[in-house]
Design a protein around this ligand. Structure first.
Ligand SMILES: NC(=O)c1ccc[n+]([C@@H]2O[C@H](COP(=O)([O-])OP(=O)(O)OC[C@H]3O[C@@H](n4cnc5c(N)ncnc54)[C@H](OP(=O)(O)O)[C@@H]3O)[C@@H](O)[C@H]2O)c1
Length: 344
């Protein structure tokens, strides 16, 4: 039994239908509007955006059953929701038909997407829907990193890799918001300015020599190194992390922009008693209370002025638009968020 507004039978979606691989696998297809399961809502998508993970999924690094619709994270309006039994939305307010909401839903490059009801939150009234896209995967990721992967405490020194990226700019702000100090690494002076504007105390260029950067990080931290590294770059920065982490510090490797981190022996961790974790967002928001907690923390940080958002560019909702956004994010030419407008 569903209460709903008028919903078409088919919709446009950006998919890979036959194989994974290069940008040429992206297609704009007309497919059936998905049917929500008993605990799911159907959302009419307005805004979504490109995340680096889309390129791992498109290339096949993170396999998905074929065919699949690309994209993750959206802002839109609720088109249908189950009327009975009552929705479980953790401690968040109940959802309403037509309400503007945000979700980390997969399959977001489409006119409609489904999401578990307990992973959908009403967009706060004073937040622009475009900003709401930053508050999906990038903000949820930055928030679980600073709260759970390594919980930032006052006075900590934290190294943020790719500090001017979509997640990176939010990490800089959240580490500062919770009282930490940020050392960022980026590839250009322009990105360094963006990271500083987001609160980074020191920003080092990856074009400088690794030994100079290591020496500088040790100098800044009084010879001890950083309490934690949040690293979405992966392979290229992996070894350097061990030189700048302090004893009993945490290396959090949460992405593979330069390639996946290679296999290593646990003995590598012994000299400094380093903790390594390799988290992924879905595990942190599986339970209704967890999604609600993180949504609440993000809304509070935005309200307190601790999170501001930077848009790289708005791309059209076409296979070419998505391909261009993936070219731009993988060529290291972007800062902040790459948005895609699906509908008014
Ligand atoms: N585990 C999770 O839960 C989770 C969730 C969301 C995102 N992520 C990961 O977080 C990372 C950031 O995602 P994002 O969407 O915000 O992307 P992004 O940071 O906006 O873009 C990636 C950045 O990585 C840096 N980079 C370093 N070496 C690179 C290389 N060889 N090729 C391409 N880029 C390189 C670039 O910054 P510089 O030019 O400044 O080096 C680039 O701008 C990604 O690894 C993504 O997979 C993980």
């Amino acid at each position: 039994m569903w209460s709903q507004v008028q919903i078409p039978k088919t919709m446009k979606a950006i998919q890979a239908s036959l194989k994974t691989g290069g940008l040429d696998v992206l297609e704009l297809n007309e497919i059936p509007v998905p049917s929500p399961k008993a605990n799911e809502v159907l959302i009419k998508v307005q805004w979504t955006g490109t995340n680096y993970i889309d390129t791992y999924i498109r290339s096949g690094l993170y396999p998905r059953p074929m065919p699949f619709t690309l994209g993750g994270g959206l802002v839109g309006t609720i088109a249908s929701l189950p009327s009975s039994p009552p929705l479980s939305t953790g401690s968040l307010p109940a959802l309403e038909l037509g309400q503007t909401v945000l979700s980390n839903a997969a399959g977001a490059f489409a006119e409609y997407a489904v999401a578990p009801a307990h992973q959908v939150a009403a967009l706060p009234k004073d937040v622009d829907p475009k900003d709401g896209v930053h508050m999906t995967i990038p903000a949820f990721t930055a928030m679980y990193l600073v709260k759970e992967s390594y919980e930032v405490t006052k006075g900590d020194w934290i190294l943020v890799r790719a500090a001017a990226g979509g997640v990176g700019l939010l990490l800089c702000q959240l580490v500062k918001h919770y009282g930490g100090n940020v050392i960022g690494t980026v590839s250009t002076e322009a990105k360094a300015s963006e990271a500083k504007a987001a609160g980074a105390d020191h920003v080092l260029l990856t074009t400088s020599s690794s030994s100079d950067n290591v020496a500088e990080i040790l100098r800044i931290t009084g010879g001890k190194g950083v309490q934690a590294v949040y690293d979405g770059v992966g392979k290229d920065t992996w070894e350097e992390n061990f030189e700048v982490i302090r004893k009993k510090g945490s290396i959090v490797t949460y992405g593979n922009a330069s390639g996946a981190v290679p296999a290593f022996e646990p003995l590598k961790l012994m000299a400094k008693c380093v903790k390594v974790s390799r988290p992924t967002l879905n595990v942190f928001i599986e339970e209704p209370e967890d999604f609600a907690r993180y949504a609440g923390l993000i809304f509070d940080a935005v309200k307190a002025g601790g999170l501001k958002f930077s848009i790289h560019k708005v791309y059209p909702f076409t296979a070419e638009g998505v391909a261009q956004s993936q070219t731009d994010i993988t060529s290291r030419g972007t800062t902040g968020k790459l948005l895609i407008k699906v509908a008014e």
